[in-house]
Ligand binder design. Structure first.
Ligand code: SGN
Ligand code: CA
Length: 528
């Protein structure tokens, strides 16, 4: 018996099959996805997960809040350091991923738009080519999912505790913690519900760590004794930037609410804190665990009577305790899925990608939330493991985008990439063979204004080093030199030394607008 046969026998034994099954093993193994030329695809997607909160990316939080399981994807695969989004907000990002098109063409320019589910998407094309497709978790596109053989999705933003799910048979409520349930459902589908005769594409989409950052009950106090390093620009005064950065409404200091966001419990039992949101959603037993965790924090806070910078520092610590607390369950879930793939041998022919719908501010510039083209929300984590194809431990810094994912998945599945998709397949990049003429600039466009957090509309172009941003409602431009100023604290737009670069970037912006068929800008003047 050669080594391969022994390996197969071990594997079959693990799956509960005796040696008689060996004769059928080739067919069986290929039905599991092993030895198949078209790989299975698992896309694990979180909501608002900042790359600063993934230890594989290093940074100030890596030691205090490690993510060992997510890091496994990087260690066994590739870490992308320049993965950017087309429009840094939830529904638009999801629509771009599904369609491979910028917001103005897929229609979802902001969170208020309903996704037109009749349009071309990569799950539909995979499905037509013989893949089984499934999505579990946050969807947030208003219309029902199309192109999936199986779906169980959260309505709207979903709930952290005892969440509802929309299924093809109607709405169900499931007791427990959302992140754990989504992982359970994904594993259940992999183990018992998928069609073994087909390759599959599974999207596992978490709500966490979205606002209002509510961790699993077992994780409510894990960071109580941790002091998180502050970013250098937590106390940013926005000097050197334009109107938009100065007038946003997303600061840890002013926008974050003491009760809902920071979990300081109000004394008035009729307060909204108790009657709607996560607290109302919990059952009695869950509330007891919650109270045991947050009552002491509320007491300490009230006694401390903090003001000014001390108050902001406290808010920052409290915010990160919960935000990073949410990520612990996401990381555990990733570990469970990786373990399952490894233990069953399914890993061998399964690509696993981890990504978030955009980045997030963890106190940088004094902010939370996203939307801006400034680095922390513009960049998003991307990690990919593909045994035998991606070299373990590789790091890539090519300019890539969530615009590229649809074509990447199609390319992996050997399905033709439609000419009207606007990205590039990342398969050559993953194999370490980035084409010489790979893009040198990325186009960005944020539309959701007026809206929550008051971030002004803007478009822009980014190269690896520079970023030109046009706040067109305001008639203002900003330019950043990331090599000189990685934290983007000073716009160089008025600096004559940058005149040539600005001229070049304006041409590039114009070129990209034409390539991507952008309509003329529609400033929201009357709402300024
Ligand atoms: C909610 C949040 C906002 C967040 C938007 C969009 N407020 O309105 O902080 O920016 O969602 O988020 S909350 O108090 O209701 O949590 S997105 O990820 O869906 O785009
Ligand atoms: Ca989001």
């Amino acid at each position: 018996m050669n080594r391969k046969t022994i390996k197969r026998r071990d594997f079959l034994a693990k799956m509960g099959y005796g040696s008689a099954a060996l004769v059928f093993s080739s067919r069986f193994l290929s039905s599991c996805g092993i030895g198949r030329s078209r790989p299975n695809i698992i896309f694990i997607f979180s909501d608002d997960h900042a790359y600063q909160a993934i230890s594989a990316y290093g940074g100030r939080l890596a030691e205090v809040a490690p993510t060992p399981n997510i890091d496994r994807i990087a260690n066994e695969g590739m870490r992308f350091d320049k993965c950017c989004v087309t429009n840094s907000i939830c529904a638009p990002s999801r629509a771009t991923i599904l369609t491979g098109k910028h917001s103005h063409l897929n229609g979802v320019v902001d969170n208020s738009v309903e996704f037109d589910g009749t349009q071309q998407t990569f799950p539909k094309l995979l499905q037509q080519s013989g893949y089984q497709t499934a999505i579990i978790g946050k969807w947030h596109l208003k219309s029902d999912p199309t192109g999936f053989d199986f779906y169980q999705v959260l309505p709207g933003q979903g709930s952290y505790y005892n969440p509802d799910f929309l299924t093809s048979e109607g709405q169900i409520r499931v007791d427990g913690y959302c992140t754990d349930i989504i992982t359970d459902k994904a594993l259940e589908w992999l183990k018992n519900e998928r069609d073994l005769s087909k390759p599959f594409m599974l999207m596992v989409q978490h709500k966490a760590p979205h606002r209002e950052w509510s961790p699993a009950l077992r994780h409510l106090t894990i960071f109580d004794d941790v002091e998180f390093p502050e970013p250098d620009n937590l106390f940013d005064d926005y000097e050197g930037r334009g109107t938009a950065a100065n007038r946003q409404d997303m600061s840890v200091e002013k926008t974050m609410t003491l009760n809902s966001d920071l979990k300081v419990k109000p004394e008035d039992k009729d307060a909204p804190y108790y009657t709607r949101g996560y607290y109302a959603r919990m059952n009695e037993e869950q509330r007891q665990t919650w109270d045991a965790a947050y009552d002491p924090k509320t007491e300490t806070f009230k006694k401390a009577n903090l003001t000014g910078k001390d108050l902001l520092s406290w808010k920052y610590q409290r915010y990160l305790q919960d935000y990073l607390g949410c990520i612990r369950a996401v990381d555990e879930g990733v570990g469970r899925i990786l373990d399952y793939l490894d233990e069953t041998g399914l890993a061998e022919n399964t690509v696993l990608m981890y990504n978030s719908d955009q980045g997030f501010y963890l106190g940088e510039h004094g902010w939370f939330d996203k939307r801006f083209m400034y680095e922390e929300s513009y960049r998003t984590p991307l990690l990919a493991r593909w045994p035998g194809v991606i070299k373990p431990g590789s790091i890539n810094d090519d300019l890539v985008s969530n615009l590229d994912f649809a074509q990447t998945f199609l390319d992996m599945a050997k399905v033709e990439q439609p000419a009207d998709m606007q990205g590039l397949s990342l398969v050559p990049v993953m194999t370490g063979k980035t084409p010489r003429d790979w893009r040198t600039g990325l186009y960005y466009h944020y539309y959701e204004y007026p809206a929550v957090h008051s971030v002004r509309r803007h478009e822009g172009v980014a190269t690896k080093r520079h970023k030109l941003i046009h706040f067109y409602d305001l008639g203002e431009w900003e330019l950043y030199d990331l090599e000189k100023d990685p934290q983007e604290m000073k716009s160089e737009y008025e600096n004559p030394e940058y005149a040539d670069i600005i001229a070049e970037l304006k041409l590039e912006l114009q070129r990209l607008r034409e390539v991507y068929q952008l309509p003329p800008l529609q400033p929201d003047k009357e709402k300024v």
